[in-house]
Design a protein around this ligand. Structure first.
Ligand code: C2E
Ligand code: CA
Ligand code: CA
Length: 743
């Protein structure tokens, strides 16, 4: 046994616990024996041997004064020794061999010797005693006595020496374990309790903790202890301690609050064991008291951190951050422990919140949470990141394509309908992906990149909307931030300009008006396309001042045209209006004021709204458009045919014209697509039914212009007729055209 080996190693002859060294051990043990109290009574367990063997042992016992030798028992079978009762209180095991030392004998000796608490004496039967002695010692026997009729004196010496050694070893083992416990418990307060006397004793550290309360200095009792326990924990304390005293198990996980010397309550873990004496269990119990207040606070903190999102039952964002931080940390030590992070954004919830009710969105998110969980294994973390966003962390990844595969899986399960109040609700997701291949050092960088990737994914229109982050995107994201700042300055400094693109009659080829398109000339960044900055202006709300400026500028320019050419009186100017502007409470008032100031014919101001703007807030929009129309302004539907709305909704809106989107015009090339032709035909007949005008956008070739005219589209706009140009060039165009029409 380890402890025995430990003891022998500490002795002067550091060798295995073999019998060869027993003289030295015994010599040393002699000194110690007087200190430990010498053996007065040796108990022998005889294994094997017949009646005469038993008699020889008994004779030994009778023939000596000191020590007294006692036959504790005799068993025939080796495995009976293992029974607890057989070895209890035994000092020496004597293996009495009737014949030669067999293999079974040798392994028995080894097994008992290894345990370290019993010495083994072998009495050899017949055969080569020298060889058998060596073999016995090799197996760990304390002594070998030649038989079959051993010399009583030799047997007595062998048993006495062996017993002394065994006792010594037992004591040392015991001392070692007590010492170990003492060391382990150095920072703990200790207590000892004797149930027979009902006395409780406590260590000085206990006194420090709880002060000189009661009679702790001297022996006291459990009641005094109980008085220190928090009233709410008192019952638990008493119940646990009494149960512990009655059984012989250990007291391990009792946690109670106790009042400390400064009057505050702190949490303590109470531990206790029944003390074992050499001869069976002692009545005393000993234990410790450990302050676990901090530990509990830390645990509480951890639990709070682990709090789950109430709606989905998934971990919350904070938990995700922690786990991700750890993954980043782990990667420093184990470069192979890669990870993949996904950000899933659920799209289209707003529609259902508005139509079915706010619980609809919640229902969908909770259902999707379950589905997403089923897509991954238990080690993968899915968290509710924010509103309609879920974050996923897969650790120990070596195949980084996993991210894309997971995105496909999430997309597939999200597409299946969710049942809300008996209605089938359909949503979609866009997924951003990034991986540890990018060598992240901070959680924030991971989140920033995966968010960028997710918003890029959102812009995709086909297949799984998933994008993996690329450095390129980070640059763009950075640019976006700078762009936003620059845009704010641009509003203040009025760095904008309007360009005008001609709109012509496809029948006569004559100019019917212009579309005003905003241009931004940044002093530091040069010309920036509206496709780039309008979305940012919308997201930041800067579109409101910009949009107001555009309407005013368009009207003023038309005034300027009219002032410079009378023919301009018949021309229209189209201005674009974005979604945020529809909700601008000042819009209507602003338009009215502009009409007043510029004194242009209200009919010549055309406001373009996209289909999606119309569909998003139908009631509000209808009210606004009706009011605008009352001012005399015309309403046009921009990018017509691209939205998801059905054409049948159109009659609900007060609309004056439709702009056929460029995508359909593109389809009217030399090899016209059936769908484009069909779509344009439908729009033409729809415009006729509704009595509204039609303009085709993005015409780039003569062919397209001819085709559209043949299909019945009356007006067009596009690079074929002219690119957007500054106001003075537009006026020049009008003069040129005016000349042409006159001539
Ligand atoms: P939109 O209203 O659909 O404007 C038409 C866009 O198509 C313009 O892009 C125009 O330059 C471009 N275009 C015209 N003909 C052709 C052609 O033959 N081929 C091609 N490839 N493109 C053609 P632009 O000027 O870059 O404007 C982009 C978008 O920015 C506009 O799309 C509109 O939604 C928005 N926008 C422009 N000005 C304003 C504004 O003052 N206010 C608001 N709210 N949005 C604006
Ligand atoms: Ca437009
Ligand atoms: Ca358009």
């Amino acid at each position: 046994m380890g402890t025995l080996l430990g003891f022998v190693r500490r002795g002067p002859a550091p060798e295995a616990a073999g019998g060869r060294k027993d003289e030295r051990v015994t010599a040393r043990s002699g000194d110690l024996l007087s200190f430990l109290g010498g053996p007065e009574r040796l108990r022998v367990l005889l294994v094997g041997g017949d009646q005469s063997a038993r008699n020889r042992i008994t004779d030994l016992a009778e023939g000596t004064g000191w020590p007294t030798i006692e036959l504790a028992g005799a068993v025939a079978l080796l495995d009976q020794v293992d029974q607890k009762n057989a070895t209890r209180d035994v000092d020496v095991v004597v293996r009495w061999c009737s014949g030669r030392l067999s293999v079974a004998d040798a392994s028995f000796v080894s097994a008992v010797a290894k345990r370290g608490t019993h010495a083994v004496v072998v009495v050899g039967g017949e055969g080569d005693h020298g060889r058998q002695a060596r073999e016995s010692h090799r197996c760990g026997a304390a002594a070998y006595v030649p038989g079959p009729a051993p010399d009583p004196a030799a047997l007595l010496v062998a048993i006495t020496n062996a017993a002394q050694r065994a006792r010594l070893v037992r004591r040392v083992v015991d001392l070692q374990s007590r010492l170990a416990m003492l060391l382990r418990n150095a920072e703990h307060a200790r207590w000892e309790y004797d149930p027979t006397t009902e006395q409780l004793r406590v260590s000085p550290h206990w006194m420090e903790l709880f002060g000189d309360i009661g009679d702790f200095e001297h022996a006291t009792n459990l009641d005094a202890w109980a008085r220190l326990v928090h009233p709410e924990d008192e019952q638990t304390f008493l119940r646990s301690i009494h149960r512990f005293l009655q059984e012989d198990g250990a007291l391990g996980d009792l946690e109670i609050r106790m009042r400390t010397a400064d009057g505050t309550y702190r949490w303590f873990m109470v531990r206790g064991v029944h003390e074992m004496a050499d001869d069976g269990p002692a009545s005393r119990v000993v234990g410790t008291l450990t302050d676990v207040t901090e530990l509990r606070e830390r645990m509480d903190h951890v639990r709070a951190q682990a709090r789950l999102d109430a709606l989905t039952g998934l971990p919350r964002r904070e938990v995700f951050y922690e786990r991700l931080a750890r993954a980043i940390e782990v990667l420093r030590d184990w470069p192979d422990a890669g990870y993949v992070v996904l950000l899933i954004e659920v799209e289209g919830l707003r529609r259902f919140n508005e139509s079915i009710g706010h619980h609809a969105g919640d229902r969908v998110l909770a259902a999707l949470a379950r589905r997403f969980e089923e897509c991954v294994d238990a080690d993968t973390m899915i968290a509710r990141f924010a509103g309609a966003k879920f974050a996923v962390l897969v650790e120990n990844v070596t195949d980084f394509d996993l991210g894309a595969r997971l995105a496909d899986r999430f997309d597939a399960v999200a597409r299946k309908p969710v049942d809300v109040d008996g209605e089938h609700v359909y949503v979609g997701v866009s997924v951003g992906i990034t991986t540890s291949e990018r060598n992240y050092r901070h959680v924030d960088d991971v989140i920033s990149d995966v968010s960028t990737a997710a918003s890029r994914a959102k812009q995709l229109s086909r297949g799984t909307k998933k994008r993996s982050f690329s450095t390129n995107m980070r640059m763009e994201a950075l640019t976006k931030m700078r762009l936003e700042m620059a845009l704010r300055e641009a509003v203040e400094r009025e760095e904008f300009d309007l360009h005008f693109q001609p709109i012509v009659s496809l029948v006569t080829g004559r100019l019917t008006g212009f579309e005003a398109l905003i241009r931004w000339e940044s002093p530091t960044r040069g010309r920036i396309s509206p496709a780039e900055f309008i979305p940012i202006a919308e997201a930041t709300g800067l579109i409101l001042p910009i949009g107001r400026w555009a309407i005013r500028q368009a009207a003023k320019t038309l005034r300027w045209f009219v002032d410079h050419h009378p023919a301009a009186k018949a021309l229209g100017v189209s201005v674009n209006l974005s979604a945020r502007q529809v909700a601008d409470p000042d819009l209507l008032h602003g338009v009215a004021r502009v009409l007043n100031e510029t004194e242009i014919d209200p009919e010549n101001l055309k406001i373009e709204l996209t289909e999606s703007v119309l569909m998003d807030n139908m009631d509000e929009v209808v009210a606004l458009l009706t009011s605008l129309r009352e001012l005399g302004v015309k309403i046009w539907v921009d990018d017509f045919g691209t939205g998801y709305s059905s054409l049948s909704y159109l009659h609900r809106f007060p609309v004056d014209g439709l702009k056929v989107d460029k995508t359909f015009v593109d389809g009217l090339g030399p090899d016209p697509t059936d769908s484009s032709v069909a779509m344009v035909r439908t729009m033409v007949s729809l415009s006729e039914q509704l009595g509204v005008d039609l303009v085709a956008e993005g015409i780039e070739t003569q062919e397209q212009a001819d085709f559209l005219r043949r299909l019945g589209c009356s007006a067009g706009q596009g690079y074929f007729f002219g690119r957007p140009c500054p106001a003075d060039q537009a006026l020049a165009l009008l003069r040129q055209e005016r000349g042409a029409s006159v001539g």
